[in-house]
Design a protein around this ligand. Sequence first.
Ligand code: DGP
Length: 115
Amino acid sequence: MSNHTIFDKILSKEIPAQIVYEDDFVLAFRDIQPQAPVHVLVIPKTKWVGFSALQDAAPLAVGEFFTRIAKVAAQLGLDAKGYRVVLNNGRDGQQTVDYIHAHILGGRGLTWPPG
Ligand code: DGP
């Protein structure tokens, strides 16, 4: 497993990002290629390479990650109108960074199905 994905470097503050939330469990920052008016990525400080890895993860740690995704979305003001949470996994899922990350997308009506 590489420790040098772009998200490892954002977490260690080696490279800058527009951070919107940080606590002991997660870091949340704006996506560099936003697909919606609000597009924020949430990464856990405990690294998993992707969603598949959660099969073997400690449920409490996974819970901390997921509760923070909801908290960040709320702090972004998205609860009233709604939003989407996306976790791309693997090649067919279009995952491009091998560090699990949840996309929070909102600020407009989103279409379905995804491409
Ligand atoms: P995914 O396809 O699910 O692996 O999404 C990766 C996202 O990461 C993609 O929407 C673009 C974003 N991204 C890639 N490099 C950077 C970066 O250096 N900074 C920030 N803020 N976002 C990045």
